[in-house]
Design a protein around this ligand. Structure first.
Ligand SMILES: [Zn+2]
Length: 167
């Protein structure tokens, strides 16, 4: 079996070139800028709509796909904002609009990801929606490579690179 015969399927390591556009044709993310996306297929490492769309593709296949919010980052909730006093944040962090924050919920102890929506003199408005929640996402995809995952990768549930192996 050669690489050309392989199809994107569960337990395959897949490398994709991609461009991501919003409804209004704004390019917001691309492999030209951030490098190809390499992930382990079937492990929910990419949004469900994209995982489904590339399933069964072969090396060098190209697709264009429109993914609605329910198959991407979910609906946007208007009540998931919270105002946090500025002095809660450590002095040495430079706060910026759009910055991702990792927070621990004091009741459930769960780790939450939130984003800075606005900054005033006294407070930071935090948005618990993903920045792409509620957005239709338009992807242009090309399959650069497909290979079977190693036993180690399957046991860990992620891709191992030679130069980068974070846990
Ligand atoms: Zn690992």
């Amino acid at each position: 079996m050669t690489t050309q015969d392989l199809q994107v399927d569960d337990n395959m390591v897949v490398t994709l070139a991609y461009k991501l556009f919003l409804d209004d044709d704004t390019l917001i993310d691309s492999s030209d800028e951030y490098g190809p996306l390499e992930y382990l297929h079937g492990y929910n490492q990419i949004i469900p709509g994209l995982e489904r769309a590339v399933s069964g593709l072969k090396k060098d296949d190209r697709i264009e796909v429109l993914i609605p919010p329910e198959d991407a980052y979910g609906a946007r909730f208007e009540d998931s904002f919270e105002s946090v006093p500025l002095d809660v944040f450590p002095d040495d962090i430079e706060l910026e609009i759009g910055m991702e924050l990792e927070l621990i919920d004091s009741e459930s102890n769960e780790e939450l990801v939130a984003y800075i929506y606005d900054i005033s003199d006294e407070a930071v408005l935090i948005d618990f929606n993903h920045p792409l929640a509620g957005e239709d996402l338009f992807f242009e995809i090309r399959v650069l490579d497909i290979r079977p995952a190693t036993a180690d990768e399957l046991a860990h549930g992620h891709v191992h690179n030679e130069d980068e192996h974070k846990h």
